[in-house]
Ligand binder design. Structure first.
Ligand code: SAH
Length: 351
């Protein structure tokens, strides 16, 4: 029988399990604290639980942990990139970014991705599998343990489409923001999606105070299709309606991510169209100069075009920032570190 993944259980579920094993209910609280506050690496660290109980736990449950494969630290801004190996041998990447408002971790939600965005390195090898809630938590826990500093913010913007792994994502978010765990404030959490409409609407109803970021990247349906195959499934208007609905239900301002690609979506007309599209939505636009990947020939916009784009949006009173690039010297863009690792492993096998 496959062992249950203990770190993905809620406190209530854990209490029921512990009682069933013949232990007192408060033991669940201790166990939960070891896993989600003290960030224990295995059952043996849990010294206030009896040896016998720990042995029973080992028999019954799987205790996930990540193996650190590589850690790169940017000389430019202190950003850290982590490459981790999962129990089944797959590798994933996570990023630690240091801001004046606190430490933010960017996690992966899947091994690979099946969304196929044209400029993104994470999707080149397709989707391998979803990450479990515990594997998402482990990325935060491992980084906090390794860097020794508190993580206060979280973005789900690493490899994978979080809303394509909806149930695990939700469980992860509840555990991460639980007052008995690391208790990261929901307001400090952002989930980024390429725009899976039904799931955006479901998320709106979950009564969470997290920020939803939509990867927009184009100001017309036709252009969006060229960059993001998911646009063949959902019309731009439908996606924007789901954003309006999210704001209506949660009161949380929407973030629109717009990766500027030289000569593709960065003209003054694009900016004007964008202003028209999102003008009635309580939002913030985050412009991301595209980070070119070697498998595609997209180029970054000229600095002048980036500034002009921002100015145009501001003229229409749109809230806009240009994302500060972090960790460019360490393969900063989505999926590039993992991709270069996998490519190198394959080369080794072919010699
Ligand atoms: N699947 C989710 C989250 C992962 S990507 C989503 O689509 O939102 C996080 C953000 O980085 C997305 O906006 C994505 O489009 C963008 N991105 C991916 N590769 C990029 C690149 N090479 N340059 C700039 N932005 C990129």
């Amino acid at each position: 029988m496959e062992k249950r993944d203990i770190k993905s259980l809620t406190l209530e579920e854990l209490q029921a399990e512990v009682v069933e094993m013949g232990e007192k209910k408060f033991r669940a609280g201790q166990l939960y604290q070891w896993m989600h506050q003290k960030l224990a690496r295995d059952f043996d660290e849990m010294t206030n639980l009896s040896q016998k109980f720990r042995e029973q736990l080992k028999e019954k449950y799987q205790y996930t942990d990540l193996e650190l494969v590589d850690r790169l630290i940017s000389k430019l801004d202190g950003t850290e990139k982590y490459l981790f190996r999962l129990a089944d041998g797959n590798v994933i990447e996570s990023v630690l970014m240091r801001y004046h408002h606190g430490n933010s971790v960017c996690i992966s939600s899947q091994v690979g991705c099946r969304m196929g965005c044209r400029f993104c390195a994470s999707t080149l090898g397709g989707l391998t599998r979803n990450l479990t809630p515990s594997e998402m938590l482990d990325q935060v826990y491992c980084i906090q343990r390794i860097c020794g500093e508190r993580i206060s913010n979280l973005v789900v913007m690493g490899t994978g489409e979080p809303l394509d792994n909806y149930d695990h994502l939700l469980r992860f978010l509840r555990l991460l923001t639980d007052e008995n765990g690391l208790h990261i404030s929901q307001r400090n959490v952002t989930v980024s999606t390429c725009g899976i409409v039904e799931k955006m609407r479901s998320l709106a109803q979950e009564q969470l105070q997290i920020t939803l970021a939509l990867s927009l990247h184009a100001s017309s349906q036709e252009k969006r299709k060229e960059l993001m195959p998911v646009a063949y499934k959902y019309d731009l208007e439908e996606v924007l309606d789901a954003c309006r609905y999210y704001f209506e239900k949660t009161g949380r301002r929407i973030t629109f991510e717009y990766s500027l690609v030289g000569g593709v979506n960065d003209t003054q007309q694009d900016a004007q169209e964008l202003a028209r599209l999102v003008g009635d939505i309580n939002c913030h636009v985050n412009l991301i100069p595209v980070n070119p990947i070697k498998e595609r020939d997209y180029v970054e916009s000229e600095q002048a075009a980036i500034t002009a784009f921002k100015n145009k949006l501001e003229k229409y009173r749109i809230n806009v920032t240009i994302r500060r690039e972090m960790g460019r010297d360490i393969n900063g863009a989505c999926g590039q570190l993992r991709k270069s690792y996998i490519d190198a492993e394959e080369r080794k096998q072919n010699v």
